[in-house]
Design a binder for this molecule. Sequence first.
Ligand code: ACO
Length: 319
Amino acid sequence: MRTKITDIATYLPEKVVTNDDLSKNLDTSHEWIYTRTGIESRHISSEDEVTSTLAIEATRKLMQQSSIEPMDLDAIIVSTTTGDTRFPSCACKVQGAIGACRAFAFDVNAACAGFIYALAVADSMMKSMKLRKVLLIASETITKFVDWTDRSTCVLFGDGAGAMLLEATENGDTGIIATKLYANGEDEKYNSILAHNGEQNGNRGYITMAGRTVFKYAIDYMAMSMKEILDENNMSMDDIDWIIPHQANRRILESMCKMRDFPLDKVIITTQEHANTSSASIPLALRDALDKGKVKQGDTLLFTALGAGLTWGSAIVKI
Ligand code: ACO
């Protein structure tokens, strides 16, 4: 049995904020942001939109475009690091909103690597528990957790959600081929370079980051995990049609390809319009690439991501 991604829908908040918009209230410029990150604009959730709102919107779109009924779902797994509440989970809110009464539901938090973690968890649960249909969502409202006076972090992020239908299949060679996960939180160094701090008395807190250090780890660890997963599966970059990485920023991806001799023309990049949407970035990039006719059915994809923790990992999927 293989786990196949059979459909995907996304939701982006209506409000679009350009770099020029940001520069009206912040000491920054389009030129600075674009040359260092490739970001031109980002979608930002409104006051009354929370992470579950985005997740539910993406799920409703998925339900409309596929033949799936809520009662068909065996489980709902949401990757998020920006849940509306500590509990109940975002997944339970989605389950209630769509009336998927048969499905069990829970969240996975591995920061920006959360989608890869959730995909691996879903795949292994589908195999071990013989589940047939699982709704996998990555939803984030990370712009609610930035300090809008800190120009070195707030310009980097955007909000969005992607909802995928995973189905068990006995037919053919499509589906998840392999997943590989890593974490290192043992050292104060790893905990402090990228973290969420200052949450107290109803204050949501904010992201702090050592940008240059994160830049370096993102290149080293994503490259390492892609190499290891390919080697372990007796594959090479020649077997991959598209690399869909976490969309932290364009310069990280360009530098990684240059330093490790990876093919940049095989990398899907959506940072210009989405910015960094944390764990939602890979599903958003996949939907975008499908819509633009880049990714086609039958293609073999290599997902990779690094996030706070540190957490990182890769997955190989034939869609
Ligand atoms: N506009 C204008 N100037 C700025 C801005 C801004 N938005 N932000 C910082 N600066 C200034 C700094 O104050 C500094 O000024 P100074 O030299 O007078 O002190 C100067 O620009 C250079 O700052 P650096 O931080 O050294 O700039 P750098 O070239 O390293 O670029 C950046 C910063 C874009 C954050 C880069 O380090 C980076 O891309 N890091 C990766 C971080 C990332 O993507 N994090 C996302 C979360 S992690 C993840 O998803 C994997």
